[in-house]
Design a protein around this ligand. Structure first.
Ligand SMILES: [Zn+2]
Length: 86
């Protein structure tokens, strides 16, 4: 009797950016790990804004797609956090 092998459910990394995300993402950069357009928010006011640069915890963010902890280095560029800094 033939055996049908069902493929495992795939997690497809489909682009989910709207045009709005593209606009904002072009200003604030992409996740260096998965390439998602980032929309950072101010930790205090929750207003969409890039974090300050070079301020440890305040400069970090977490990608909501791949959950990498990343650090804002300015000009729309992010790097993966290396675990250093307060
Ligand atoms: Zn990511």
């Amino acid at each position: 009797m033939p055996v049908t092998i069902e493929p495992d459910e795939e997690v497809i990394d489909a682009p989910d950016e709207s045009a709005d995300d593209l606009d904002m993402g072009s200003l604030w950069g992409r996740c260096p790990v998965c390439g998602k357009h980032l929309r950072p928010r101010d930790k205090n006011t929750d207003v969409p804004a890039p974090p300050p640069v070079g301020q440890g915890y305040r400069s970090r963010a977490k990608c909501d797609r791949c959950h990498s902890v990343i650090v804002y280095i300015g000009k729309g560029d992010w790097v993966v956090w290396d675990g250093r800094g307060a």
